[in-house]
Design a protein around this ligand. Structure first.
Ligand SMILES: C[S@@+](CC[C@H](N)C(=O)[O-])C[C@H]1O[C@@H](n2cnc3c(N)ncnc32)[C@H](O)[C@@H]1O
Length: 170
């Protein structure tokens, strides 16, 4: 299943316009439909897209964007000026089908995949490199150790708030 762009995708996409400059090296983690990768490319960046899901990888390759299948950074080499991630950030819900849960659910508290990402993301940043992410007010237990989080935008949808952050390594 390829995650159809939704409010979280658009809120994050909006921020790329403020930070991505021509010539920057940008990594789009969990690229899904490729919405963030495509936007970064249109803004003039050199983009690498990553997803764990083979279907997403094939889809984004067809957009003529360099794309690799990888579990987070396991197959990624190089360093980037900006790393974008719209992670699976919702706490587990047994009613959610397994297929869509792979795009939306980040373990018991919602932050399991994000915390694994944060553990190593700093090793893939150039000097002054930045992470740009989106999460939900329902996401608990984010491990911010080693990073400074700055809230960029917030949007209320039905039962949660979506929040984008600019993150720098300390
Ligand atoms: C919420 S979707 C975001 C899709 C797209 N970036 C967007 O903004 O609409 C999360 C994406 O992360 C991918 N993903 C989940 N776990 C991952 C992992 N461990 N490594 C790489 N990608 C992962 C999913 O396959 C899915 O495409």
């Amino acid at each position: 299943m390829i995650y159809e762009p939704a409010e979280d995708s658009y809120l994050l996409q909006e921020q790329l316009k403020n930070f991505v400059k021509p010539g920057m090296k940008v990594l789009d983690m969990g690229t899904g439909s490729g919405i963030q990768a495509k936007t970064a490319k249109e803004l003039g960046a050199e983009v690498l897209a990553v997803d764990i899901n083979e279907g997403c990888v094939e889809h984004v390759k067809n957009l003529e964007i360099d794309t690799i299948q990888s579990n987070l950074f396991s197959k990624v080499t190089g360093k980037f000026d900006i790393i974008i991630f719209n992670p699976p950030y919702l706490p587990e819900d047994p009613r959610e089908p397994e297929d869509s849960a792979r795009s939306t659910t980040g373990g018991k508290t919602g932050s399991e995949v994000l915390n694994r990402f944060l553990e190593t993301a700093k090793d893939y940043l150039n000097e002054n490199g930045k992470l740009i992410i989106v999460v939900s007010s329902l996401t608990k237990g984010i491990n911010k150790e080693g990073y400074t989080f700055k809230k960029l935008s917030e949007q209320k949808i039905d039962f949660e708030n979506l929040i984008t952050y600019l993150i720098e390594s300390n």
